[in-house]
Design a protein around this ligand. Structure first.
Ligand code: ADP
Length: 611
């Protein structure tokens, strides 16, 4: 129930919906009831059962007897005045009128509900997206992409379909049931008692079915997440997949998961579908019993035929909401399971905490200092007691074998992670005390992945700086050696570059992300230098672009080709999470250690993260 109300709380303020909804729903029930009440005098006229003695208005009371005698009274007057045929027409007009009103209010109440539904779903989806954006980078290596996508899309849909649809059931249907039962009681309390005895049995059977549904639903959503993950991996790694002839492997993996999902969906469907015919059968059985008992009461004169007819019709009106309530009980289980999966993301707390009175950095003045930094992703330490300082205007290069911890060190600077031990000081202030946003505002990040969006080249460069003018963007592109090739594309700066920049070459992508960093013009640069297989020409262009970018800036560069960092002010050699050597290029060569070795193998070095 807690999850249910939490889902509803996304429609805040709920009172905005509850008041009009209750009003419309109540009116819809009242007019619906009136509909059938009009049938009674019609039947009496048809079966010649009009009580002509009824010539005075009865004492007003709030029950069916009063309503019926009032209708009798007016129909007698009408018949005496206009004859039976005209009276029938008049009653029919009333019938149509009240039916129109009943349906109008039904429609209005449904409208109110559907706006609750869309507001809730919109808000949940937005909250989830915001949360994913705000979560720390570390979260995403644990949670798989497909699983996250399935939570944002299909779990939210599941909540929409089940939990929100049950709103009707919980708010309107119980009222309908209660009101109609009151009517039944005033018609014939004996007959009502019989129905009350039989009806709950069917409810019990239905609830037994729904119990298993929740567990199956959780499994089903997980399986869907796996499917989405496989699709995502396959599409983004298609080249590797095909290159390694791994299609069969991935096909089998997909088929297995797909089969599991389909079996689960099938079982769930069977279970859900069985609820409806079962309850229909129960309903008809109950009606049969009532027909038998009530019919006998009519034979003995205890009940008028028109009242009995009205009883049966009203009872049928109850069956619909009762059925809805029982099938809602099964549906809601799936929705709640999906809701819990959504909330488990919303409740994830980022370990990167922002202090309430965090310092707002207004610029970069002196230095960034790594002080005795240790770090681990899981249990194993990947950085051990690392200290170094990057002075303003200087460039520091990190080199070393793959897996040594260079990227991790670079990730600590924009506070994607917090160190396990030690601290990073920016202008002497511990980073933990500074606002993360103001730290990142000082930094430009150029990674190997050069993340691009499926949008125009212009927007990809201006990304993060939406107020940039066309001139600014062109200037940045020129510095990044990108202007010329951009002009050669189909629509110049307006060319759409495809998913993740698929339509561009590796070097072009890199230069666009360099242009992006140039435009941001940050005082500090963090670069994971390109290693991907660039041809000589584009490598030269990229290198030139990088040197332009680094001019007059403080930079931390992860270098893969040692040729490019010979001019760095300090080169730090990292191996297995430790600093093994440090100094400038010529000092390091003289040491005749790991750097020298790496340098001589420089061109054999594995471009480890290039895809
Ligand atoms: P480099 O950049 O020098 O190649 P990394 O910083 O990428 O090295 O990796 C250092 C170590 O941390 C490696 O052993 C790697 O397996 C591990 N590692 C990197 N990223 C993660 C992660 N997200 N979760 C767990 N371990 C990681």
């Amino acid at each position: 129930m807690k999850t249910y109300f939490r889902i509803l709380s996304f429609a805040k303020p709920l009172t905005r919906f509850v008041v009009p909804y209750s009003l419309f729903a109540f009116l819809a029930i009242v007019f619906g009831l009136l509909n059938f009440t009009f049938l009674m005098p019609v039947l009496d006229i048809l079966f010649n059962n009009v009580n002509y003695e009824r010539t005075t208005l009865p004492e007003p009371a709030l029950d069916m007897k009063y309503l019926k005698s009032m209708f009798d009274y007016y129909s007698v007057i009408l018949i005496q005045e206009y004859g039976k045929a005209t009276t029938l027409i008049i009653i029919c007009f009333f019938l149509v009128g009240s039916n129109l009103l009943a349906n109008l209010f039904k429609y209005l109440s449904a409208r109110t509900l559907s706006s609750v539904r869309s507001v809730v779903v919109k808000n949940i989806r937005e909250k989830l997206f915001d949360k994913i954006l705000s979560l720390h980078i570390g979260f995403f290596s644990n949670e798989r992409k497909g699983d996250l996508m399935s939570r944002i899309t299909s779990d939210v849909l599941e909540v929409e379909n089940s939990v929100i649809s049950t709103l009707t059931v919980f708010f309107r249907d119980p009222a309908t049931v209660i009101i109609y039962f009151t009517v039944l009681f005033t018609l014939s309390w004996e007959l009502t008692i019989y129905t009350l005895l039989i009806l709950p049995t069917s409810g019990l059977i239905i609830s037994m079915i729904s119990k298993k549904l929740k567990r199956e639903s959780v499994e089903g959503q997980q399986s869907l997440g796996n499917i989405l993950s496989i699709i995502d991996e396959t599409i983004s790694g298609l080249r590797v997949m095909k290159g390694f002839n791994a299609e069969r492997y991935i096909k089998e993996k997909f088929a297995k998961e797909n089969h599991r999902y389909s079996t689960l969906v099938n079982t769930m469907g069977n279970r859900r579908e069985s609820a409806s015919p079962l309850s229909e059968f129960m309903g008809v059985s109950v009606v049969a019993v009532i027909l038998w008992i009530g019919g006998n009461m009519v034979f003995t004169g205890e009940l008028e035929p028109s009242a009995f007819f009205f009883f049966i019709v009203s009872f049928y009106q109850i069956l619909v909401p009762v059925k809805a309530i029982s099938s809602a009980a099964t549906n809601i289980q799936r929705g709640l399971a999906a809701g819990e999966r959504i909330f488990s993301i919303l409740d994830t707390e980022s370990p990167i905490r922002e202090k309430k009175d965090a310092i707002q950095l207004d610029g970069f003045h002196h230095s960034i200092e790594y002080k005795n930094i240790s770090f681990s992703y899981e249990s194993e330490l990947v950085l051990k007691d690392i200290s170094f300082t990057i002075e303003k205007g200087k460039s520091v290069a990190l080199v070393g074998p793959s897996g040594g911890g260079k990227s991790t060190l670079a990730d600590l600077a924009p506070r994607f992670y917090d160190p396990l031990a030690g601290e990073i000081l920016i202008d002497g202030k511990p980073m933990k005390d500074c606002s993360t946003q103001s730290i990142r505002a000082l930094m430009g990040i150029v990674t190997q992945e050069s993340i691009l969006f499926n949008d125009s080249i212009f927007n990809n460069i201006a990304f993060g700086k939406p107020d940039a003018s066309k001139e600014d963007v062109i200037r940045a592109a020129k510095i990044a050696n990108a202007h010329d090739f951009i002009l050669q594309t189909e629509n110049g700066y307006d060319t759409i570059i495809g998913d993740r920049g698929m339509k561009l070459s590796g070097g072009q992508r890199q230069r666009i992300s360099i242009a992006r960093a140039v435009l941001k013009n940050p005082p500090i640069l963090i670069m994971d230098e390109a290693t991907s297989a660039l041809d000589n020409e584009s490598e030269k262009l990229v290198q030139e672009a990088l040197s332009n970018l680094m001019k007059n800036r403080t930079s931390l560069v992860i270098a893969h080709r040692l040729s490019t960092i010979q001019h760095a002010d300090e080169i730090i050699v990292i191996d297995k999470g430790r600093i093994v050597e440090r100094g400038n290029h010529s000092e390091l060569l003289q040491k005749n250690g790991l750097y020298k070795k790496l340098h001589s193998h420089s061109f054999d070095m594995e471009p480890e993260k290039a895809e």
